[in-house]
Design a protein around this ligand. Structure first.
Ligand SMILES: *Cc1c(COP(=O)(O)O)cnc(C)c1O
Length: 217
């Protein structure tokens, strides 16, 4: 794995996708997904200038956060169990996966506020995380009521599609749902194989693991 070369290539792809959409590439935040990636590779990423890291499990993230410099923005992107929600809120800067009232209840007990995104199950897949679009208005009210969450926008993972073009409709739909979020316009969407399409459709945060660090074993 050549992290520096991968990073250069991704930066170039971000620039190209932004150009096609007549967007400023600086409006797209690359979140390096570091789940299962060893600490040494995170240090290397840090030395290359990466400052936004995404983790999906509290147990795995906690020692990494403790070991690395304090100027990293940590994004929680995994399923957030409510019994971990308070700790996550106190250690991370952004939670991408708000979806239940019980998470909010625990986050409200944290010692500081955090940026939050509501996760949408955009294709209404069985056993996928996230809320259905129909329940968004009610859940937005709950999040706004939670004193420790600054509601910044929406996140989705979406179905596993080999052809990134098949994701375009879902990403358009997510962008449309932003009209229901009164306090922010972040769109966390797009992963290694489809972030170009996501950027064309308005992504402000792309979550990239494999394309940076190689495939997870
Ligand atoms: C693992 C993960 C990613 C990164 O996926 P890649 O295909 O490796 O880029 C992005 N988002 C979420 C929520 C993930 O769990």
């Amino acid at each position: 794995m050549d992290l520096a070369a991968n990073y250069r290539q991704i930066t170039e792809s971000i620039r190209r996708a932004a150009d096609e959409a007549q967007r400023d590439p600086a409006t797209v935040q690359l979140v390096a997904v570091t789940k299962t990636v060893p600490l040494d590779a995170l240090r290397e990423a840090y030395d290359l200038g990466l400052r936004h890291f995404g983790e999906s499990k509290w147990q795995e993230a906690e020692p990494k956060i403790a070991a690395l410099p304090a100027d990293i923005t940590w994004h929680f992107i995994g399923k957030l169990q409510s019994n971990k929600a308070r700790k996550v809120a106190e250690a991370f800067q952004v939670i991408h996966t708000l979806e239940t009232e019980s998470q909010l209840k625990e986050i409200a007990k944290a010692s500081r506020p955090i940026d939050g995104l509501i996760e949408i199950n955009i294709a209404k897949e069985i056993q996928k995380s996230g809320i259905f679009p129909e329940t968004l208005d009610d859940f937005v009210q709950s999040v706004l009521y939670c004193k420790n969450v600054r509601l910044c926008g929406l996140m989705t993972v979406g179905p596993v599609e080999v052809d990134p073009e098949r994701m375009r409709g879902y990403y358009k739909e997510l962008r449309g749902l932003l009209a229901h979020v009164p306090t922010g316009s972040w769109l966390s969407m797009g992963m290694s194989h489809d972030f170009g399409v996501a950027i064309q459709e308005g992504a402000t945060h792309i979550r990239v693991g494999t394309a940076l660090f190689g495939s997870r074993s």
